[in-house]
Design a protein around this ligand. Structure first.
Ligand code: ZN
Ligand code: ZN
Length: 376
């Protein structure tokens, strides 16, 4: 889970367009900028808002947020070796309090090896596949560890060398004057990007990146009961990071194809069963195709249009459970059309017997029928 909800900080929806983000940020910045609002609380809020905007306006970072990650958490804590990130506040802070006292290697250098990005993939499933689970082979184009150098980025038989500009420390220190006197500042070395090392002869396969693009096949076991829009996380199946860093995760998002017979609501299913008027009146046996095969349905005599029959446990299995939802059968009573003479006579007789013929149209279809016939 992300540490912060960047969308909430800016007060926008997750679906906000870049324009909407910009507008929301401008509005907040006008209220909170330290030049206009001296309140310390406003300053903290301004920083928060600015960070949120920086994250969400970067498509790559926003993608990580939308996948449930936190791009800032990743930038600082990655690498697996406890290397600190560079930047902003803590550098100045360290400079005040460590002074020159620690002498030399005060801080860890940035790792050349960084964690890889997460990847998102969509798969379309039928209702049956989503209901009962399915195994899928997916072909994914992703960054894998370079086969030429196994991630080191160096040509065969060579190694990284120490950066001459920063003497391998990854940072360049300068003394600057400030209101507090002389302050030692440090910033990442621009030659080696803060890593403290240089690759003299890069691997020809990956140009020193440590990773390369390749297509590979991944097997996904989709659990029974999954629903449209849900995501399956495959840990470590995302992109390999720069310098051969640990892989991100792969998320597989499920899109459920519409079913021609069933509508799904969570683990329940709904369908319509069409019954001729006469059968609904007299009662009948019908056969309904369910997810589990054919099911006999007993239509009781006098069944009304709109009646809902419940087939317990004939719905979709619940995710990570043995329980199942129900199947709701909505009865649709079909009125007969295109009656021949004999059928019409019989229906008239029935109507008369039931005293239901009071306002029944005459042989030519009643008043409206007569008007219609004249217009023809
Ligand atoms: Zn390589
Ligand atoms: Zn350097």
């Amino acid at each position: 889970m992300p540490d912060r909800d960047y969308y909430a900080v800016l007060g926008v929806k997750n679906s906000a367009t870049p324009e909407e983000l910009k507008r929301a940020y401008r509005k907040l910045a006008r209220e909170l900028h330290p030049d206009v609002n001296p309140d310390p609380a406003a300053q903290d809020r301004f920083k928060e808002v600015t960070t949120a905007y920086e994250v969400l306006s970067d498509p790559e970072k926003r993608r990580i947020v939308d996948l449930g990650g936190d791009p800032l958490a990743q930038a600082g804590g990655g690498g697996g070796g406890g290397f600190g990130g560079f930047g902003g506040f803590s550098d100045i802070f360290d400079a005040f309090f460590s002074g020159g006292a620690t002498g030399g290697g005060g801080r860890a250098r940035r790792s050349r090896v960084r964690p890889g990005a997460d990847a998102l993939l969509q798969i379309a499933l039928t209702l049956e596949e989503a209901a009962f689970g399915v195994r899928r082979e997916l072909s994914v184009e992703t960054a894998i560890l370079c086969t030429g150098c196994q991630g080191s980025g160096c040509a065969p038989g060579t190694n990284p060398v120490r950066c001459d500009t920063c003497n391998g420390s990854g940072e360049i220190r300068t003394i600057e004057r400030s209101i507090l006197g002389q302050v030692q500042m440090s910033r990442p070395c621009h030659v080696c990007g803060g890593t403290g090392e240089r690759i003299p002869s890069p691997c020809p396969t990956c140009a020193g990146e440590g990773r390369m693009r390749a297509r590979r096949t991944i097997t996904v076991d989709v659990p029974a009961g999954i629903e449209d829009g849900m995501r399956i996380r495959l840990a470590g199946q995302g992109e390999v990071g720069p310098g051969g860093g640990p892989s991100g995760d792969l998320y597989v998002e499920v899109a459920e194809k519409p079913h021609e017979q069933f509508t799904r609501e969570g683990s329940d299913l709904h369908c319509t069963l069409s019954v001729p008027m006469t059968s609904a009146a007299l009662g009948c046996d019908m056969v309904l195709q369910t997810l589990d095969g054919e099911e006999k349905i007993d239509i009781r005599p006098g069944t009304q249009h709109g009646t809902v029959l419940t087939l317990r446990g004939k719905g979709v299995p619940r995710l990570r459970s043995t329980a199942r939802g129900d199947l709701f059968v909505h009865v649709e009573v079909r009125t007969p059309t295109r009656l021949d003479d004999r059928q019409e006579t019989l229906l008239r007789e029935l109507a008369a017997l039931r005293n239901e013929d009071v306002a029944v149209h005459g042989k030519n279809g009643g008043l409206f029928g007569k008007v219609r016939d004249k217009l023809r």
